[in-house]
Ligand binder design. Structure first.
Ligand code: MTE
Ligand code: MO
Length: 384
């Protein structure tokens, strides 16, 4: 059993699959703090967890336009300046369950908890590439590919992904080779001893258990770069999909979710008000400028209070470098005077480019069930 040596997981997780293990963070715990505690940070594994010994670990850097390097964890820590970045990681399939209600999609059944935020510590990818003397004006090298230590027991395929060269080299994009998560060494599930963290980009590109960095003229040849994590229009299905016709998802669109109350719960109005808590986040480092909340299915709106930015994150609404989510909270008065026994709670966010979320899922439905950023709707019962 290739999964026999997988690590133990926290009982608070909502498990979504056991082999490989996938688990999400319950809403109340997500909304409880801007930094997600390591032991309840969602886990998204495609394959058995590889056990990589930190003492004998070697990172390989080799490929086009670069001098080959082999670096131990000790060398990475001693030869490069340590850098920390507060960044949210969200899985492309976050909120897939709602999409499946419109029409079934293949994939893990996530609610809104395949997301989390941590202070990542490590070295800048760009500093390592510079030591390999990767030439910045070599027009041939366009992508940086990453390979993990995890391998499909049947097909032998290894997990891999890539990001565009400009993202990897930019001083402002903070792409990290991380060995720490919230001040602790990475755990086995989160990529020990070294993972990539690509802030502002979908989780799939933040390759865990990093084995090799490969500068190349082409994107990663891996299944997960080429034939997954791409979205098509709602009329494209498994019999008609042409994977080569769409780019691999990098920066996801603005999204938000209600973490409290949970769907189906009974709420009592305190002075005609109901309290909602949740998160909002956008790709590409675009900050959140506003979160709107409705208690009547979207007829009337209240602006939520944006909670203080996570430690290390820039002010709300920043045009760039806002890698971390914004938690919000609101006591909405919009439910006052309602005669209905149920309330439809809704949230939607706006990012610093004034991008909005679509109001419904139908038009953004896609066969893989990714990037569901429609208004998040939660129905609750009113206690009389
Ligand atoms: N890296 C490797 N090597 N193997 C994987 O299965 N999953 C990816 C990414 N990196 C994965 C990986 C996906 S799809 C996501 S969403 C994130 O890791 C999840 O990171 P986490 O498990 O630390 O939350
Ligand atoms: Mo993911």
């Amino acid at each position: 059993d290739p999964y026999a040596s997988d690590p133990a997981r926290h009982p608070s997780f909502i498990p979504r699959s056991e082999r490989p293990y996938n688990g999400e963070t319950p809403g109340t715990l997500l909304a409880a703090s801007p930094i997600t505690p390591n032991e309840i940070f969602f886990v998204r594994n495609h394959l058995p967890v590889p056990h990589v010994d930190a003492a004998s670990y070697k990172l390989k850097v080799e490929g086009e336009g670069i001098r080959s390097l082999e670096l131990s964890l000790e060398e990475l820590k001693s030869r490069f300046r340590k850098h920390t970045v507060t960044a949210t990681i969200q899985c492309s399939g976050n909120r897939r369950n709602e999409m499946s209600l419109v029409r079934h999609v293949k994939g893990l059944s996530w609610d809104q908890g395949a997301i989390g935020t941590a202070v990542w510590g490590g070295v800048r990818l760009r500093d390592v590439l510079k030591v390999g003397r990767l030439s910045e004006d070599d027009m041939h090298v366009r992508h940086i590919q990453f390979e993990g230590y995890d391998k499909d027991p049947a097909s032998e395929e290894i997990y891999g992904a890539s990001i565009p060269l400009h993202k990897a080299l930019s001083l402002y994009d903070d792409v990290l080779l991380a060995y720490e998560m919230n001040g602790q060494p990475l755990s086995a599930d989160h990529g020990a001893p070294l993972r990539v963290v690509v802030p502002g980009v979908t989780g799939a590109r933040s390759v865990k258990w990093l084995r090799r960095i490969v500068p190349s003229s082409s994107e990663s040849p891996s299944h997960w770069q080429q034939r997954d994590y791409k979205a098509f229009n709602p009329s494209v299905d498994w019999d008609s999909v042409e994977w080569g016709s769409a780019p691999a998802l990098q920066e996801p669109p603005v999204t938000s979710a209600i973490c409290e109350p949970a769907p189906g719960t009974s709420v009592s109005l305190a002075d005609g008000e109901i309290t909602l808590r949740g998160y909002a986040w956008s790709g590409g480092g675009r900050g959140i400028i506003r979160v709107d909340v409705s208690a009547d299915g979207g007829k009337s709106w209240t602006a939520a209070k944006l909670l203080p930015p996570a430690p290390g994150a820039p002010p709300h609404g920043s045009y760039s470098g806002a890698w971390a989510w914004t938690l919000w909270e609101v006591s909405s008065a919009a439910a006052e005077g309602t005669s209905s026994p149920t309330l439809e709670l809704v949230c939607k966010a706006v990012d610093s480019s004034y991008n909005n979320q679509p109001d419904s899922i139908g038009p953004i439905w896609n066969l893989r069930g990714i990037v569901n950023n429609a208004w998040h709707r939660v129905n609750v019962k009113l206690e009389s």
